[in-house]
Design a protein around this ligand. Structure first.
Ligand code: CTP
Length: 481
């Protein structure tokens, strides 16, 4: 979202100022004192009596509120832009981890959504990114020290805590979470976190061994019990070579969506979205099955993203080894037949996303007893075709979701095959991805997709699966709006 600043007039700037004053509980008289402007000047501006106040005067009042002109413009423009964080102050605490560089992008994402972003950095964070960079992106000063005389004099940790509508900690390191769980206040970040009564969202980032350590598990449980929210961590490659597992910080877009969800202003609020995910297992006998290598990561990420965007989400998941996404109704199934039943039972829906890698065939006669080895060679396995869940739903006369989205996993002729599937299966969009082993999509962290619809082909860059999910959900929201 970009903003055309020339469209923002003095009236919107003044109402943005008024909203801020109300939020922080500052009177016109206090604003006059702090800004050095006359009482009547401030009163006339805020009441709308003074017809066209100059930008420098407005900037002085904004400065009294501790915000810059850039933030005032963002706050003034955001309501018209439909930014889900318009008029909200988000306090971003940047912890000391390698993922801190992503928090710089997060600042941008939050401001795009209309938030006024204030930044606190731990001492360790400043080893990874500079306060100068964070300040340039946030459009304001960055707070670093609890015992910094300037920081405490100008704003102070209590005021930082009180003026935040939400506090986001990204990256939330193991140490920072441990200190939070213990209620310590040995730096500005932890002091603010203890003093605030605003919702707090953590985006953990650490080595997978640190994340799964009993001490961290204990701290996370304590923080959850205290009402702290979490986004991520995601599974994936770590900064350290060869390290994979749970511990990667959620992508900036995922975090921004989670912040929006705190305020219930998601782009999919009031919508029902059905998502299928994972493989299906088709029994051959009680111990053997036909299956495939799908991990369910892409489908689960889409379900999580839709939930963060405020949708009611039904996730129909085949057998996967990943956890259920938070805030989603999950129906666990084994076979394609069960998946179809669960999807039909969940209708009606506004959109349905078929990300599951459904087994095309099942054993024609699954055996009740384990098939034994016999002389005369292996048994013949007769197969029969499974129902096509996507096509069945797309061709429903009654209660067909407005938006039916399929995936096309191909190892050759990607776009041609995917375009054929769009027509044959009656889908509105096909998300086409190359699953040849070289692409590393199956079970991997990243995905390069193309969105095929009646209006043409959109090529997306190589993205983390979480980011593909966020973008897809944003596109779904726009299509349903
Ligand atoms: N799909 C489905 N039910 C099936 C098979 C596929 O709902 N029985 C959906 C998948 O979830 C996906 C899309 O159809 O959204 C395409 O799946 P894919 O396996 O790539 O295509 P197939 O139809 O199986 O064709 P082929 O295996 O020949 O490429």
């Amino acid at each position: 979202m970009t903003m055309d600043k020339s469209n923002i007039d003095a009236v919107s700037l003044v109402s943005a100022l008024r909203r801020r004053l109300e939020t922080v509980g500052m009177s016109a008289a206090q604003a006059s004192l702090r800004s050095g402007l006359g009482r009547s000047v401030v009163a006339d501006i805020l009441s709308g009596k003074s017809a066209n106040p100059g930008i420098s005067t407005l900037a002085k009042i904004a400065a009294a509120l501790g915000i810059g002109v850039a933030d005032l413009l963002a706050a003034a423009g955001a309501p018209e832009m439909g930014g889900g964080l318009a008029g909200r102050t988000v306090l971003l605490v940047i912890g000391g981890g390698i993922a801190a560089y992503k928090s710089l992008d997060l600042i941008r994402r939050l401001r795009e959504r209309g938030a006024l972003v204030r930044v606190v950095m731990t001492k360790a964070a400043t080893e990874f990114v500079t306060p100068l960079a964070a300040g340039a992106l946030s459009g304001g000063r960055v707070f670093t020290g609890l015992f910094d005389r300037d920081d405490e004099h100008d704003v102070g940790h209590i005021r930082l805590a009180r003026e935040a509508d939400a506090v986001v900690v990204a990256p939330a390191t193991a140490d920072l979470m441990a200190r939070m769980a213990a209620g310590r206040t040995d730096d500005l970040a932890t002091a603010v976190l203890l003093a605030t009564r605003a919702p707090v969202l953590l985006a953990p980032a650490m080595n997978p061994k640190m994340w799964s350590h009993p001490a961290t598990v204990r701290n996370v449980a304590t923080l959850r019990a205290d009402g702290i929210r979490f986004v991520g961590p995601n599974a994936g490659e770590m900064a350290e070579r060869g390290e994979v597992g749970l511990g990667r910080m959620a992508e900036p877009l995922e975090i921004a969506a989670a912040v929006e969800a705190i305020f219930g202003g998601g782009a999919l609020a009031g919508r029902h979205v059905i998502v299928t995910s994972g493989p299906t297992h088709e029994p051959i006998d009680p111990v053997r099955y036909l299956g495939n290598r799908s991990s369910g990561r892409q489908g689960h990420a889409i379900a999580a993203a839709a939930a963060r965007a405020g949708a009611r989400v039904t996730l129909v998941a085949g057998p996967v080894a990943i956890p259920d996404p938070p805030g989603v109704t999950v129906v666990h199934v084994e076979t394609a037949g069960e998946m179809l039943d669960a999807v039909t039972a969940a209708l009606p829906a506004d959109a349905a996303v078929f990300a599951a890698a459904v087994a095309d065939w099942r054993a024609a006669r699954p055996q009740v007893e384990k098939i034994k080895k016999k002389a005369g060679g292996p048994p013949a396995l007769a197969l029969t075709e499974n129902p096509d869940i996507l096509a069945t739903v797309a061709y429903r006369k009654k209660d067909r979701p407005r938006l039916v989205i399929g995936f096309a996993a191909e190892t050759q002729d990607l776009l041609a095959n995917a375009t054929k599937k769009l027509k044959a299966k009656g889908a509105d969009w096909i998300v086409a991805n190359d699953v040849s082993p070289e692409a590393g999509v199956m079970g991997g962290e990243q995905n390069t997709v193309h969105i095929i619809s009646a209006s043409g082909i959109e090529d997306w860059p190589r993205l983390a699966k979480g980011e593909v999910a966020e973008r897809l959900v944003a596109k779904i929201a726009a299509a349903l709006a």
